[in-house]
Design a protein around this ligand. Structure first.
Ligand SMILES: [Zn+2]
Ligand SMILES: [Zn+2]
Length: 409
């Protein structure tokens, strides 16, 4: 059963109140409302709703002033405040967040999505979406209908609108299409590149929001020897490998070279760790309030019998992903396939299962499937990993995510 919540709405337009009340009560939520911003305060303090919805342009006190005032009351500390407004200006969005708003929804609201959007803000989860789950090479055609054929790209979105993107394999084109459809206006995002092998960067030039003025992006990743991440990514857009050069991007783009350690990112904790893969390859851990996600690819976990097995590395990685809600990781080969692919920089299923169990992660997501594997092969990989976890009596939940599949953590 879905949880239901108590809302309080302040809007000077009775039709908006009527429409939104109908949408929310249909989903069994309770809605109180007021047409007057000055009269609403006392009632909100008395009713202590879970979520307060405020219009911005109202006579008497505008929505942002009202938000400011409500945030002074300790008894409302747990209540979420969401602006529901037709003001699309970035400066208004910023003012609202500075006044303590937890969300900002533009009018006209989408009747099919409004209740879900508000529940997401109230529950304040991380929305994890897979846009490409294949490794090495995209896989077109019948072999890759169910899991999709695009290479690595995963996004995390947070209720205040921050967007983190991990890798720019061909899956980023799907994300680009989605963003252009949903919100072609201005937005900001951070793109974290694990490492610059083709399957992690070569669709960056197809990410349309990078060409749009007013958008802001920070593209972060490890440098390689003395070559910065900015130079590496510019190098694949030099007019020879790709017709458009990176200087033709219209958005404001900052590049940042990363090494191991904490990364300063407005309010959301991100840490990086070097992985066992040729060149510099970084895994990331994102911590948001009580929840966390780890993106660990590409990475080879050697069997203990290997002369190159490094117990310190395994222990360090185990600590890095310890008790995470979602470990998204390189599970390229079955144990059988791995026999012939040792030292290629990728992991086998049993090693990945052991890491997830030892680190007591909650959910294990298998990605970076080998291009020769079909949908059925991926089904079989999922079964094998679950069987390995069962043998260890592990409570870890294992998933082989499909392209465009969304998880709320
Ligand atoms: Zn790869
Ligand atoms: Zn690689």
């Amino acid at each position: 059963m879905k949880k239901t919540y108590r809302f309080y709405m302040v809007d000077d337009d009775p039709i908006t109140i009527q429409v939104m009340t109908r949408i929310l009560t249909k989903q069994n939520h309770t809605v109180f409302s007021s047409l007057s911003s000055s009269e609403a305060v006392a009632e909100i303090l008395r009713l202590k709703p879970d979520c307060i919805l405020l219009d911005i342009m109202m006579p008497e006190m505008d929505g942002i002033q009202l938000c400011h005032q409500l945030r002074k009351h300790k008894s409302l500390a747990k209540a979420k405040i969401v602006m529901v407004t037709s003001k699309f200006f970035e400066s208004d969005r910023e003012r609202a967040h500075n006044a303590g708003a937890d969300g900002y929804i533009l009018k006209p609201v989408d009747p099919d999505r409004l209740a879900d959007q508000l529940v997401r803000i109230i529950e304040d989860g991380i929305e994890l979406t897979f846009w490409g789950v294949r490794g090495t090479l995209p896989v077109p055609g019948k072999r890759a209908v169910r899991y999709g054929g695009n290479t690595n790209c995963v996004s995390l979105s947070f209720s205040k609108g921050q967007l983190f993107i991990f890798d720019a394999g061909t899956g980023i084109k799907e994300l680009s299409d989605h963003l252009m459809r949903e919100n072609p206006k201005m937005f900001n995002a951070k793109i974290f590149i694990s490492h610059p092998h083709w399957d992690h960067i070569n669709a960056l030039p197809f990410f349309a929001p990078l060409y749009m003025h007013g958008n802001n992006f920070e593209i972060c990743g490890p440098s390689q020897s003395q070559i910065s991440i900015g130079d590496i990514l510019s190098g694949q857009m030099d007019g020879i490998h790709f017709p458009i050069q990176i200087k033709e991007f219209g958005a404001n783009i900052q590049f940042r070279d990363l090494t191991e350690g904490p990364i300063d990112t407005d309010g959301i904790e991100v840490r990086a760790m070097l992985l066992n893969h040729p060149g510099h390859c970084l895994g990331y851990r994102v911590q948001y309030k009580t929840r966390s996600v780890c993106y660990i690819t590409d990475n080879e976990l050697l069997p203990e019998s290997s002369p190159h097995y490094d117990a310190n590395y395994v222990e360090k990685l185990t600590r890095f992903v310890y008790k995470t809600d979602a470990l998204i990781t390189d599970a390229t080969y079955t144990d059988e396939e791995y026999e012939g692919k040792m030292f290629w920089g990728h992991s086998s299923l049993s090693r990945v299962a052991a890491l997830a169990d030892n680190a007591r992660v909650k959910q294990l997501f298998l990605i970076h499937h080998d291009p020769d594997q079909t949908d059925k092969d991926i089904d079989a990989k999922l079964k094998l990993t679950r069987a390995a976890l069962r043998r260890m009596k592990s409570p870890v939940r294992c998933i082989a995510p499909r392209e465009k599949q969304v998880f709320v953590l």
